[in-house]
Design a protein around this ligand. Structure first.
Ligand code: FAD
Ligand code: NAP
Length: 534
């Protein structure tokens, strides 16, 4: 049983079928795509470049699909995932418009009993969550929200039909990746766009462009080398590692390197410039100041620029956004930015927003780009119960725990693709997803071949994994920000770093080692063993 039909669920379904398992998949959406089904807001596109934001497991799929540009927009990525699902004939095993509402591990016959919102109950040997890290939208409970007379939209659950903002006074709440991507598009249509900013972000130009045949040919010819680099990289992107530490580099050389990478655009700026940016606050200041200078150069109104530079966290300690014309958009007369850091939204009335100090902003439309109950939200919302009826929600009430980020102790035969404690949110997702899926599918084959009915993470190994993550994260600047990486964007969510921080490359080696040692850290049990023991 698999839940979710995005990048993760589709590949899991294919892999299990290939290995001869009978598999069903439930998906709450009306089609495949996951993230790319739901996030249809204007400007939505990937930040990983197209030639590595895709599957690598099939040479045929890679050769048959042609990306139009460096960072394709949402419709093209959705088309790609539909192409994959059709090409592999996956849809026949997917039940769409079906939400999993509960799941309980039955200890007597080692099966998961899974319930759906259609009242169906399904029993399965294995239960795999492919529910996504950014799939449970966070909808802030602002007083008066239901009294607003205008229209309300959420970037994370955007209508399928085009929304027309012409002539509208639009308020956008949120300046994470989604808000930053949507801003230029909303501004181009709206009579006036007001961006409500709680936290200033450090955005870097994407420098998107079309791919020519020559560029595609080069990508094709260097594919094997790029793939090797990708697998050797902590972030699952085919980048050369940073050549030096910022603090060991003379200021003029440092400036030149930032200039060169800024001109190239994209994630290379943050991830390949210098090795000490996320571990040393002084080094981090060099990049923060560089970006602030770029914002001041770009935004002609000093008052707007000052708001956009109201940083309160080190650069790169929240997920770095990349943009197309984000800062330039604030040079338009019809765009303003309002800091709500110390003067938050007090309420929403029929006419618009009222801030703490009484300032009123009359609006026709409010767009929430307020993010997600990330990583754990969609898993917890499934109401899962493990051995002894223990609720996962209770087990995780002081923070999620799962050995290798793959499986929680007390929840046998349950695997999470890109679960909390895996490296995925800090890396290029398809690479992490393929690694997880291959490992999980091979584990199931290992069990089947040996007549093993049950696999369960051992509590001691789970504890050690959680402790190691906290210790390793504390060696970086990442825990300093109130980020969704820390669960800090959701009121009441435990403040715990949610990812394995040492990179997908070392994580892969650790997982392979665990498997090689006969799944060290897991208890493997068979019915026959249990009967013999009895
Ligand atoms: P999702 O794509 O989130 O799919 C999960 C699916 O599970 C959803 O369809 C959901 O409906 C379903 N589901 C959840 N709960 C239930 C339930 N109880 N019952 C039934 N179905 C359920 N990552 C990158 O690496 N690079 C990028 O450039 C990038 N761009 C992004 C852009 C946006 C706008 C967003 C929001 C995220 C982006 N990401 C990016 C992260 C992205 O989520 C992953 O790259 C990838 O798409 C995740 O795939 P997934 O299958 O694991 O999860
Ligand atoms: P996000 O990064 O969590 O940003 C949410 C924004 O809303 C933040 O600015 C946040 O402020 C603000 N906010 C939240 N609640 C608020 C409230 N009650 N009042 C006022 N402001 C509030 O969410 P996102 O932009 O949707 O992105 C989430 C993740 O999805 C990204 O980090 C990324 O991983 C992925 N994503 C990727 C892409 C891409 O690759 N192209 C595009 C979009 C999303 P604070 O910062 O103060 O909390």
């Amino acid at each position: 049983m698999i839940v979710g039909a995005g990048f993760s669920g589709l590949y899991m379904l294919h892999s299990l079928r290939q290995r001869g398992f009978t598999t069903r998949l439930f998906e709450a959406a009306g089609g495949v795509g996951g993230t790319w089904y739901w996030n249809r807001y204007p400007g939505a596109r990937c930040d990983s470049e197209s030639h590595y934001y895709c599957y690598s497991f099939s040479e045929e799929l890679r050769r048959e699909w042609k990306w139009s540009c460096r960072y394709p927009a949402q419709p093209e990525i959705l088309d790609y995932l539909n192409f994959v699902a059709d090409r592999l004939d996956l849809k026949k095993d997917i039940e769409f418009d079906t939400r999993v509402t509960a799941g309980t591990f039955d200890e007597h016959d080692h099966r998961w009993q899974v319930e759906t919102d259609h009242g169906e109950t399904v029993r399965a040997r294995f239960f795999v969550t492919a529910v996504g890290n950014t799939s449970a939208p966070s909808k802030p409970a602002i007083p008066g929200l239901d009294t607003f007379a205008g229209k309300i939209f959420y970037t994370a659950n955007w209508p399928h039909e085009k929304v027309d903002f012409h002539g509208q006074r639009v308020g956008l709440i949120g300046t994470g990746s989604s808000g930053i991507q949507a801003t230029p598009h909303l501004a181009a249509e709206a009579a006036h766009l007001t961006v409500f900013q709680r936290t200033a972000n450090y955005s870097v130009p994407a420098r998107n462009h079309l791919l020519t045949d020559d560029m595609r040919r080069e990508q094709d010819e260097t594919h094997a080398d790029l793939r090797r680099k990708t697998l050797a990289s902590p972030i699952g992107m085919p980048f050369d590692p940073p050549p030096a530490a910022a603090l060991a580099t003379p200021a003029d050389e440092r400036q030149s390197r930032y200039d060169e990478l800024w001109a190239g655009g994209g994630f290379r700026f943050m991830f390949t410039s210098f090795s000490d940016l996320t571990t040393d606050i002084e080094a981090n200041d060099t990049v923060a100041q560089y970006i602030a200078a770029k914002i001041r150069d770009t935004v002609t109104d000093p008052a707007k620029a000052a708001v956009l530079c109201e940083f309160n966290h080190p650069a790169g300690t929240k997920r770095p956004p990349i943009d197309t014309d984000y800062y330039e958009t604030f040079n338009r007369d019809n765009v303003s930015v309002v800091s709500i850091r110390t003067n938050p939204i007090r309420e929403i009335t029929a006419d618009g927003l009222v801030l703490q100090n009484g300032d009123r902003h009359d609006l026709d439309t409010v767009v929430f780009a307020t993010g997600f109950d990330a990583v754990t939200g969609s898993i917890i919302r499934m109401n899962l119960r493990g051995k002894g009826g223990e609720a996962l929600r209770d087990k995780w009430d002081r923070g999620p725990r799962a050995y290798l980020g793959l499986s929680p102790a007390g929840f046998p035969n349950m695997f999470m693709i890109t679960g909390p404690g895996s490296p995925s949110i800090l890396a290029n997702f398809p690479v992490c997803i393929e690694q997880h899926v291959d490992w999980i599918a091979d584990c199931m084959v290992h069990m089947r071949d040996r007549g093993i009915d049950e696999i369960e993470a051992l509590p001691q190994y789970e504890d050690d994994w959680a402790k190691m993550i906290a210790e390793e994260a504390d060696k970086t600047l990442l825990p300093l920000a109130d980020s969704w990486y820390m669960g800090a964007n959701i009121p009441g969510k435990p403040r715990v770093f949610l990812a394995y921080p040492n990179g997908i490359h070392t994580y892969t080696a650790l997982c392979d080692d665990v498997a090689r040692r006969g799944y060290e850290g897991f208890a493997l049990r068979s019915r026959a063993m249990a009967e013999a023991a009895a």
